[in-house]
Design a protein. Structure first.
Length: 114
């Protein structure tokens, strides 16, 4: 058995999305609840998509658009806009992609307080 330390492929940083969010320190106490609500929202988005409930998807996307920027999470607002637009047009493929991206974002987001 030969050990080949360092033989794992190196993934360039640009291939891995950076989900770093800087939040005002005075919001620090609110962020755990905010993030918990986003995870519940993700579950609701998935259920609405499975049911093809485009009106609920539109409403959820609209809410995400408003709440994300309020807490310093611009990407939540951006995804919300895409979800709202996808729901309006009935673009299931786009909605699936944005919801997957949202799940990835919530799993990887790094929060820094200043």
């Amino acid at each position: 058995m030969t050990g080949r330390a360092g033989s794992a492929p190196i993934i360039p940083a640009m291939d891995v999305p950076s989900y770093k969010v800087t939040v005002a320190r005075d919001l620090e106490d609110l962020i755990p609840v905010f993030m918990n609500n986003r995870k519940k929202e993700l579950d609701t988005l998935r259920v609405a998509l499975a049911a093809a409930d485009f009106e609920q998807l539109r409403q959820l996307g609209h809410r995400m658009k408003g709440v994300g920027n309020s807490y310093g999470f611009a990407h939540v607002s951006t995804l919300g806009k895409h979800i709202e637009d996808g729901a309006r047009s009935g673009d299931r493929g786009s909605l699936e992609a944005r919801i997957r991206e949202y799940a990835d974002y919530l799993a990887k987001v790094e929060i820094v307080y200043e």
